[in-house]
Design a binder for this molecule. Structure first.
Ligand SMILES: *Cc1c(COP(=O)(O)O)cnc(C)c1O
Length: 397
């Protein structure tokens, strides 16, 4: 068989399993409306939780940022590190309450680069089973002894910490602060206590926490701040600039030695072109907006509450999530596809999430809310869900 024939077989297999993913083409980033494959839709699938991808001030800052170069022209360590990167890193360190920060070109690279720099074959990595793919790939690539525990199960985590301790080497516990497909939070205070007890290092992925939640002192910092964790308790914090910040790129925040070390040893930081200057300028403007306009986070919280209230009244299968991610787990891939298709016919776009992104038998609609949604938008989604799920027999009439 030729290469194409072999590949086509595997693609056909995906189709038969209802797992084939279709690419949609939008005319612009949803704000939250966009023209999707030629049709105007209201979007509930974006990670732009604060509507900053469409904010005029951010776009203007990004355009101005392009004045210092369309590209960084080299890696950060050669000549690709500009003033704007320095300012962005300082601002991130400030809002996360950490000593320093280092920007990466994406969250995927930040996670892989950090785990591989911190751990080698003699070490251990303990991961939640629902961790994001980039943490899983980092664990694999590092060659460290990989131990996984049942999602958010502290007793299972402790058993893995005991196994790691008896093997020797350093141990990193890596978790999502907010789980990307479930929206629930890791029990970070308890996890940090276990890490201290077993002398393990805690790494928290704040992809969905940064900008959305925090503490009184650090309202943007994410789930670590919400759980009251200090730099000592959560020494490695990763955040993305592609979600609530509405842009692209990512960061690691932590102590000065951690940042110095990653600058020297994180290969995806070293062997890639520096972050595009315009992106750094746009991301910096967006973070400053979140910091200076607390009503943005307030509006998102109101929308989350509005959706949950309405969904509970309708008896929709809500998950325990206080984040912007509100999944409805339907189980069967076919049902999820059919419901998402009907929603789209009514002008509503939600994510149809299927294995291997989520475990077998837990296909779901991944609904995400934004500060840019209006109450009418949420009500429109809720009444469409009610009718469609009743029609599909998921919801009683
Ligand atoms: C999106 C995401 C990432 C990857 O971030 P990018 O900047 O998009 O590469 C990492 N971790 C989690 C939990 C995510 O949801």
């Amino acid at each position: 068989m030729t290469l194409d024939e072999i590949l086509q077989q595997r693609i056909d297999e995906r189709h038969r399993q209802n797992l084939y993913r279709e690419i949609k083409t939008l005319d612009r980033a949803p704000g939250p409306r966009a023209r999707v494959d030629g049709r105007e839709l209201l979007v509930f699938s974006s990670n732009d939780y604060l509507g900053l991808a469409s904010r005029a001030e951010v776009i203007a800052a990004q355009q101005a940022g392009a004045e210092c170069g369309a590209g960084a022209t080299a890696s950060h360590l050669v000549n690709g590190h500009l003033d704007i990167h320095h300012h962005l890193q300082q601002c991130i360190a400030e809002v996360t309450g950490r000593d320093a920060a280092l920007v990466f070109s994406s969250g995927y690279m930040a996670n892989i680069g950090t785990i591989c720099a911190l751990l080698g074959r003699a070490d251990n990595i303990v991961s939640d089973k629902l961790n994001h793919a980039s943490l899983i790939d980092g664990a694999r690539l590092s060659g460290a002894n990989s131990l996984r525990f049942v999602h958010n199960d502290l007793a299972a985590l402790e058993r893995q910490l005991q196994r790691a301790a008896s093997r020797g080497g350093n141990t990193l516990v890596a978790v999502d602060g907010v789980y990307s497909m479930d929206g629930d939070l890791a029990p970070l205070a308890e996890i940090a206590t276990l890490c201290k007890q077993y002398s393990a290092w805690l790494m928290v992925d704040e992809a969905h926490g940064f900008g959305v939640m925090g503490s009184r002192a650090h309202p943007l910092a994410g789930s670590c701040a919400l759980a009251g964790l200090s730099q000592e308790q959560a020494p490695v914090v990763m955040g993305t600039l592609g979600k609530a910040v509405g842009n692209a790129g990512a960061f690691i925040a932590g102590s000065q030695p951690l940042i110095d070390f990653l600058t020297q040893f994180a290969r995806p930081y070293i062997y890639t072109t520096g972050m595009t200057p315009a992106v750094a300028a746009g991301a910096l403007a967006a973070i400053e907006l979140i910091r200076d306009e607390p009503q943005l986070q307030g509006r998102l919280q109101d929308n989350i509450a509005c959706f949950r209230r309405g969904a509970a009244q309708l008896g929709l299968p809500l998950e325990a999530s206080i984040s912007a991610i509100q999944p409805l787990v339907l189980g069967c891939e076919k049902t999820v596809l059919a419901v998402a298709g009907e929603l789209q016919e009514r002008g509503l776009l939600v994510g149809a999430i299927r294995p291997p992104t989520v475990p077998q038998g837990t296909a779901r609609l991944r609904i995400t809310l934004s500060a840019a949604h209006r109450a009418e938008d949420i009500n429109e989604l809720l009444s469409a869900l009610q009718e469609i799920l009743q029609g599909a027999g998921v919801l009683e009439k």
